[in-house]
Design a protein around this ligand. Structure first.
Ligand SMILES: NC(=O)c1ccc[n+]([C@@H]2O[C@H](COP(=O)([O-])OP(=O)(O)OC[C@H]3O[C@@H](n4cnc5c(N)ncnc54)[C@H](OP(=O)(O)O)[C@@H]3O)[C@@H](O)[C@H]2O)c1
Length: 289
């Protein structure tokens, strides 16, 4: 199976590369080689590689910045994704694309199923929802969209790395306690994506996160505990809860965006680790780095 991965330098991109199965011949390109906003470049590279499968791990992921850069977010997440889907169609490739819990408004009060009503609250979520439409509209049954959430890895820009830095630098760190979701390791997302890649008849929208639920505050407390236990921090700041209103981020976010992943678990025959187990494993990677 020839696989082209776009967004190779991101946290999911890197996890896809390191978790690739032996039967996948992977060409993984970062933004410098494959920029989704350059349609001719995208079409040219896909024609040259002629992959059986295109995996799009590229995306504009700066949720707050997207509020003031909607054109850029749209150019990558909607139009750029559409360019890649069009190129995949041209060579007859399947495509796997990643989307987000932020396509939902968080008002449902129970975990979201793939078919539940979307209603994004922020620019990032709007552009990601449009990107889902671009992929599924172009490729139909040759595409799978994996919605995931709160992704982190041992490196890159993510909540875990930011918290480790702030816990080491400050006396106190305030973290939002009234947004609930599921922290998910990039390695877990990659594992699910490779399983989707090996399930030729799987198409449409699927949900995948690690197990359990947490607030950002719970997540931060767990990072602190695990980092102290692992010896990653000698001193760690106190973690204090704060409300969404008091935190006043640029972008609105859903209050409860837990994804119901039971259908995906059944179809792939896979059960994710609880997020706390995956977090401890990821922090151990940092100890050995
Ligand atoms: N992170 C999360 O919590 C989360 C949750 C749900 C879904 N997702 C989705 O999962 C996918 C991967 O996310 P991630 O967490 O791995 O994000 P990430 O670490 O920010 O990686 C995204 C990658 O895309 C690249 N990129 C940006 N603009 C591009 C362009 N025009 N052409 C080609 N590449 C471009 C970035 O390059 P630069 O660094 O040079 O900008 C970066 O390497 C995204 O679609 C995201 O929406 C993420």
């Amino acid at each position: 199976m020839r696989v082209l991965i776009a967004g190779a330098d991101g946290q999911i991109g890197r996890a896809l590369i390191s978790g690739a199965p032996p039967h996948a011949q992977v060409r993984a390109l970062g933004r410098a080689r494959l920029d989704l906003t350059h349609p001719a470049e995208v079409a040219g590279i896909v024609r040259e590689i002629r992959p059986d499968l295109v995996v799009n791990a590229a995306g504009y992921t700066a949720v707050d910045r997207a509020e003031t850069e909607p054109e850029t977010a749209c150019a990558v997440n909607q139009e750029g994704t559409g360019h890649l889907a069009g190129a995949a169609l041209e060579v007859g490739a399947r495509m796997i694309h990643f989307s987000t819990d932020y396509v939902f408004d968080g008002n449902q009060g129970r975990p979201y199923l793939p078919d539940d009503r979307t209603n994004p609250l922020n620019v990032y979520g709007i552009t990601k929802l449009a990107g889902e439409g671009a992929v599924l509209g172009a490729l139909g049954e040759r595409a799978a969209v994996i919605r995931t959430a709160w992704v982190y890895a041992a490196g890159g820009h993510n909540f875990v790395c930011t918290m480790l830095r702030l816990l080491g630098e400050r006396e106190r760190v305030t973290v939002v306690s009234d947004q609930i979701g599921t922290p998910t390791s990039a390695a877990s997302v990659a594992r699910a994506a490779w399983a989707v890649a090996d399930s030729a008849d799987l198409h449409g929208i699927v949900h995948w996160t690690d197990g359990g639920v947490a607030s950002w505050y719970d997540f931060a407390v767990a990072i602190r505990e695990e980092a102290l236990e692992a010896g990653l921090l000698a001193h760690a700041a106190e973690v204090l809860p704060i409300s969404t209103e008091a935190f006043a981020a640029h972008a609105r976010r859903p209050r409860y965006s837990v994804l119901d992943c039971s259908a995906t678990q059944g179809r792939l025959g896979m059960v994710p680790d609880h997020w706390r187990v995956a977090l401890a494993r990821t922090l151990r990677e940092l100890v050995h780095a």
